[in-house]
Every structure is written in structure tokens, then in C-alpha cells.
Ligand binder design. Structure first.
Ligand SMILES: NC(=O)c1ccc[n+]([C@@H]2O[C@H](COP(=O)([O-])OP(=O)(O)OC[C@H]3O[C@@H](n4cnc5c(N)ncnc54)[C@H](OP(=O)(O)O)[C@@H]3O)[C@@H](O)[C@H]2O)c1
Length: 325
């Protein structure tokens, strides 16, 4: 069935043609939408125009090498190629540390009723989006999926579970429901209390990401190694205490969620591990450091999160200098 968003000819933009941007384009294609992927530089856009963009869908039950390949249909553009007030919906799919620049660049392209959806893990992006656009036009997608880059034009979808989308205002925009329908392939649900889901993912990430990056291990270490498991549980408990003091209602028990996520993603390397290995910046400031900051405001000392932040910052600095040599 063609959704009313497709019938209305929604113009959907995706800022950031990386892993998440490509996955969103794949899901939108399944609903008959050809999105505008917006690049900050011409080189990357040119590569995509010449070679195309594809996603490999990994079927975990089947042998390696049996991935299904899908060629993404998208308009690959830079900011200056779209008219002002062109977009009805925009997903901002950059890393958290690139979010502000990306939003400022795309702002002129949003029409007056355009909803902008932040896809970042951690805290900070949705808050900034709300300040710039108002709560009624700002939404968050809590994406439970694992996608990674193989080369400039190829990504792998390693797996996904149910994702959540919502706003932090009293009445969510009906447009959000339409957008969720467009993403039905990814099992996206619109929820009233998106803050709880955002924090649940934040707390689980605050344990799995830094611990796997420090120990240079797959996510399975969180369930297989007793000391890693203990540290992960204590990290989660600390984040949980901060969330309680901040009056966040988590939709599920975060300790159970930790075990579930670690089990279901046991063969994956976390994004923080991959960033450290590649000498790239991590999102620690938006995850563990953000928990420390909220803790400070609500009177909970988040010592474990602080220590994990220091270690990752130190690893980040040394891996970046090795990458530069
Ligand atoms: N990957 C996953 O499985 C996953 C799952 C859930 C949530 N997330 C979250 O989603 C966010 C995005 O992650 P990702 O894995 O998709 O990162 P990514 O693969 O690094 O993609 C980010 C893209 O944003 C582009 N970009 C940065 N600044 C831009 C700007 N000003 N204008 C246009 N494009 C810009 C980058 O382009 P350049 O090439 O120019 O740098 C890059 O292609 C992160 O916060 C992550 O934590 C990721």
C-alpha cells in the first residue's frame, strides 16, 4: 500500500551519507521514496554518482559471502544544489560531533513544517535540534541496528531490532507517524516517551562501547569474561542511578537490556572499538561524559563513567597520533 507521505510526494533529505544514512535510504527505497543524500564535499558525492551506493544485507543464518546486495536509489547532492525550503523531512545522520555544523548547513533547506530527525547515539544532538527548531519540529530516532562501512560506496547491515522514534513535546507531530511508516522495513515505532528509550540505549552503550574499545574485543566479552561483565554491570548501574535522579523513566531494566544487546551483537565490534582502531574520534563526549555531566547536575557522582571517559580520551589521542604518523 502506498503511504500518504509517498502520495503527498514528501521530499526526504538525509544529511550524511555514511552507514546510517545509507541504511535509511535503503529503508526509504522499500517504501518507494528516493531520498536526497546531502554531502559536505563534492568528492564523496562524485564517487557515489560514478560508482553508485550499495548495502549488503547480512543473513546471519546463512554462510558468509551470501549477503544480499541492494543498490541504493538516491539523489546525491551537495547543500548548494537544493532550493531553499525544499525538504519536508530531514534525517541528520552524522556523528554527534558533526551534528551542529550539519544542522546549520541544512537549515535553509527546511520548509516551515519540516521535521528534523536526529539519529545520533548519546545526548546533545536532540537538545541542540530542539533549541534551533523548537520541540514541535525536532525528533529523535533511536536506531537499533548495526551497519558498517566496507569501502567508499559499500556498507553492510549486520543486523537490526526494533527502533523507536519520538519527540519531547506533549503532542507528537502526525507527520512522525507517516515517517515511521516509510521506515517500516526497520520496524520503527513512534513512542510517547522517547527520552526513556534514548537513555536506555545511552546506558547500555556507556558500558559496551568503552569496555570493548579498551579491551579490544568483540561485544561477546561483556557476557563471556566475568570481570568485563562485572565492570559493564557496574557502569550500567551508575548510569541507571543518574537516570533515576534525573527523573527518566526507562522502558526496560537496563541490566537485562545490557545482556540482551551483548548477546544479540556478540559477533560485532562496537563503533567505539572501530573508531579507536582506525585512529578516529569517538563519541565518548556524548555518551559517558554526558552521563557524568547530567550526574553532576542531579547530584550523582558518576565515577566509573568518568574513568572510562579518561581512558578512552587517552586511547583516542594515542591512536590518532599513530594514524597521523
Ligand atoms: N552505524 C551504526 O550501526 C549506528 C547505529 C545506531 C546509531 N548510530 C549513530 O548514528 C550516527 C551516525 O553514525 P554512522 O555510523 O552513520 O557514521 P558514519 O558512517 O561516519 O557517517 C557519518 C557521515 O556523516 C557525514 N558528515 C559529517 N558532517 C557532515 C556535514 N556537515 N554535512 C554532510 N555530511 C556530513 C560524514 O561524511 P564525511 O565522509 O565527509 O566525513 C559521514 O559520511 C552516530 O551518532 C552513531 O552513533 C550508528
Amino acid at each position: 500500500m502506498v503511504s500518504s507521505a509517498v502520495r503527498a510526494g514528501f521530499k526526504v533529505g538525509i544529511v550524511g551519507g555514511g552507514a546510517v544514512g545509507t541504511l535509511l535510504a535503503y529503508a526509504l527505497n522499500a517504501s518507494g521514496v528516493v531520498p536526497y543524500i546531502i554531502y559536505r564535499d563534492n568528492n564523496k558525492k562524485q564517487k557515489r554518482l560514478e560508482k553508485g551506493l550499495k548495502i549488503l544485507i547480512r543473513d546471519v543464518a546463512r554462510e558468509l559471502g551470501s549477503d544480499k546486495e541492494y543498490r541504493i536509489k538516491a539523489h546525491h547532492v551537495t547543500y548548494d544544489e537544493l532550493p531553499e525550503k525544499f525538504l519536508d523531512v530531514v534525517f541528520i545522520a552524522t556523528k554527534a560531533y558533526d551534528f551542529k555544523d550539519a544542522l546549520l548547513s541544512v537549515l535553509p533547506l527546511l520548509n516551515d513544517s519540516c521535521i528534523a530527525i536526529s539519529c545520533q547515539n548519546g545526548l546533545g544532538s536532540l537538545e541542540y535540534l530542539e533549541r534551533m527548531l523548537g520541540k514541535e519540529r525536532a525528533a529523535a530516532l533511536i536506531l537499533n541496528a548495526g551497519v558498517y562501512e566496507v569501502d567508499d560506496v559499500t556498507y553492510v547491515l549486520a543486523g537490526y531490532g526494533r527502533s523507536y522514534m519520538g519527540q519531547r513535546c506533549r503532542d507528537a507531530s502526525p507527520k512522525l507517524g507517516e515517517v515511521a511508516k516509510l521506515l517500516h522495513l526497520l520496524d520503527v515505532r513512534v513512542v510517547k516517551d522517547v527520552e526513556g528509550y534514548r537513555w536506555l540505549k545511552l546506558i547500555v552503550n556507556s558500558a559496551i562501547n568503552p569496555i570493548t574499545a579498551i579491551l579490544k574485543a568483540k561485544n561477546s566479552i561483556i557476557i563471556e569474561d566475568p570481570l568485563a561483565a562485572k565492570l559493564a554491570s557496574k557502569t550500567v548501574l551508575e548510569g541507571w542511578l543518574v537516570s533515576k535522579a534525573a527523573k527518566i523513566n526507562l522502558p526496560r531494566n537496563p541490566l537485562v537490556e545490557l545482556l540482551n544487546v551483548a548477546y544479540h551483537t556478540r559477533d560485532n565490534y562496537s563503533s567505539m572499538y572501530q573508531d579507536i582502531i582506525k585512529g578516529k574520534r569517538t563519541e565518548i563526549d556524548y555518551i559517558n561524559a554526558a552521563i557524568v555531566e547530567v550526574g553532576r547536575r542531579v547530584g550523582v557522582r558518576a565515577v566509573i563513567n568518568q574513568v572510562l571517559t579518561y581512558i578512552i580520551k587517552s586511547l583516542e589521542a594515542s591512536s590518532q597520533s599513530v594514524a597521523e604518523d
